[in-house]
Ligand binder design. Sequence first.
Ligand code: COA
Ligand code: MG
Length: 289
Amino acid sequence: MTKIDRPRRSALYLPASNAKAIAKARTLPADIVILDLEDAVAPDAKVEARAAAVAALDEGGFGGREVAIRANGLDTEWGADDLAAIAGSKADAVLVPKVSSASDIDRYQSALADAPAAMQLWAMIETCSGVFALDAMAARAADTRLSLWVMGTNDLAKEMRARLTPDRTPFLPFLSMAVAAARAHGIAILDGVCNEFRDLDIFRAEAEQGLLFGFDGKSLIHPAQIDPCNEVFSPSEADVAWARAVIEAFALPENAGKGAIRVEGKMAELLHLDQARRLVAVAETIAAG
Ligand code: COA
Ligand code: MG
């Protein structure tokens, strides 16, 4: 599957120390599963969680889902051992926390020197200094494993001493800047988590805000959030129908060589054709399950 059409609507975190949650994740419709060794795991359980995450991947059973392991930072006592264990595991990606500069990306890249070529490096955007290094960090995607970012809005709120309200007003500039930096360098980007896992109306509004901002999908903390998240981030039937109409119209002989045409009473340009092709590819991949 190419980078462009792989659906990344929903990414469910779970503590790798929670065997029950791991078993459950194999049956849930999340596009991505993130086995966490970091914030969701208490210090005393870190070493055991690391072994459990590697063992879960050896055991398999995750189907077509991408599975990532979130490591502790290299500046913690567990980081280097986490990276070494993940590099030797069957994970699709390692998610690293609190990156704040291009040299941080390079440090993680070096720590993965012995990992399989296909293993991706994903990074959390969750520090105040990281916000000012977005472009420089994303630019490292050109010659590293870096391929995806995840917003860490809880850590950003903590560092900024800002309030993480449902409208997320204090964070909106960072969300747009992060999406723009990711797109500038061709990497995917997932929105932060919604802590309100019992209130799916709040969740849905936040997911829709993330869609509006251009995120590929959203990171999640609870199984109940998966269905509404997949719904929000799947192309709607109307969107797919419009995209097909644009593709068909541009294929007509009378429109050959044109940059802008009329489709169902609206203007469509070649840029819309690109968007339409991507949308149809994503929709077809989702439909194929
Ligand atoms: N992944 C997989 N399964 C999960 C899950 C998750 N993230 N969160 C809950 N479940 C399971 C529970 O094990 C339980 O399974 P069961 O019915 O077989 O017993 C079921 O879903 C219902 O859980 P519920 O009682 O509603 O939640 P809880 O009170 O047990 O747990 C949290 C609430 C927030 C502690 C839990 O959802 C969690 O640990 N989430 C992930 C936290 C995390 O990884 N954070 C790091 C990134 S921010
Ligand atoms: Mg964090």
